[in-house]
Design a binder for this molecule. Structure first.
Ligand code: NAP
Length: 289
């Protein structure tokens, strides 16, 4: 059993911190900016909470963070009451936020300066993956530190991989989002075309999903897309944040991402339609308006 802190009890962090306590059997202290969520977590999991990130992290072996973006991450780690102000020598900071590779490298160095280790560990699998403890975790950092952290991360994951040095987890997540952007746009166009052609979408998907056109998005999203239901899932605002990170990195490394850049603009159209919190499969909505 390890002494663990978890900072950020959002859609993802709340259940992930729960798995660290129930499945992992660790001694978990949580922090959340909005105190009501921390109180709800303490009620649900009979755990403990602290009033600041620094106090939650004090004396812990592992400190997990899952907040919104780079700035939020800097605030709860290197900020005045951030976790790095109290983390002990030899402890490990694990960041589950989807953030830039740049902030991951920056935190790796800031942690090292305090004899603390850092792993960037963004996740995929969505709310359901977090609730069922079956996330995919893409890690960047030192191998010995990864080996130490993996058994703890396993509490909320089905697949945990070390992809390379600090920042590599975030770069892997960027590849993941590039794949999703293109696949969802392709699926949206196919469903749009099928409807115009008078085809029975359910029947078509039943057949073509078994062949080369099949994908997770097709399996899990065709039904709701066909019904025009988008009030669930992975929010367009989050996807735009992620694609922004991707496009900035691509400008840095020279990668050409014409389709990703276009789909990012399409998501801008969805935001203009009021779909900020709609699922990413809502790309179909702009074709049908
Ligand atoms: P969320 O429900 O909006 O939760 C965000 C959490 O971060 C909340 O606990 C929030 O506190 C906290 N936070 C934000 N800014 C903060 C700050 N400046 N200081 C302190 N706390 C702060 O988001 P989520 O869906 O859990 O996503 C978290 C991360 O995982 C994001 O980077 C997202 O891109 C990534 N992710 C999400 C999914 C998904 O399906 N949702 C899938 C994969 C990856 P409050 O409660 O006070 O607002």
């Amino acid at each position: 059993m390890a002494k663990v802190a978890f900072i950020g009890l959002g859609v993802m962090g709340f259940p992930m911190a729960g798995h660290l306590k129930t499945k992992g059997g660790h001694d978990v202290t949580v922090y959340n900016r909005t105190a009501e969520k921390a109180a709800a977590w303490v009620d649900t999991f009979s755990g403990k909470s602290a009033p600041t990130p620094a106090e939650a992290a004090d004396g812990c072996d592992f400190v997990f963070v899952c907040v919104g973006n780079d700035d939020d991450l800097r605030q709860v780690t290197s900020g005045e009451k951030g976790v790095l102000s109290t983390m002990k020598r030899g402890s490990v900071l694990i960041d589950n936020t989807t953030a830039s590779a740049e902030v991951a490298r920056e935190l790796y160095e800031a942690a090292k300066a305090k004899s603390v280790d850092f792993i960037d560990a963004p996740v995929s699998g969505g709310q359901a993956g977090a609730e069922n403890g079956v996330l995919t975790v893409m890690c960047g950092g030192d191998e010995a530190v990864f080996e130490k952290a993996k058994p703890v991360i396993d509490a909320y994951a089905r697949m945990v991989g070390l992809m390379g040095p600090a920042g590599s987890g975030q770069l892997t997540k960027m590849m993941n989002q590039i794949c999703i952007a293109g696949v969802v746009q392709g699926l949206a166009e196919a469903v749009h075309f099928g409807k115009r052609a008078g085809l029975d979408i359910e029947k078509v998907v039943d057949v073509i999903s078994k062949g080369a056109a099949g994908s997770w998005q097709m399996e899990n999203r065709h039904k709701t897309m066909n019904q025009g239901k988008y009030d669930f899932g992975f929010a367009v605002d989050w996807m735009r944040k992620d694609l922004g990170i991707v496009l900035t990195e691509a400008r840095r490394n020279g990668a050409k991402l014409p389709l990703t850049a276009l789909v990012d603009q399409f998501y801008g159209d969805i935001q203009a339609l009021g779909g900020n919190r709609w699922d990413t499969s809502s790309l179909l909505a702009r074709l049908e308006k």
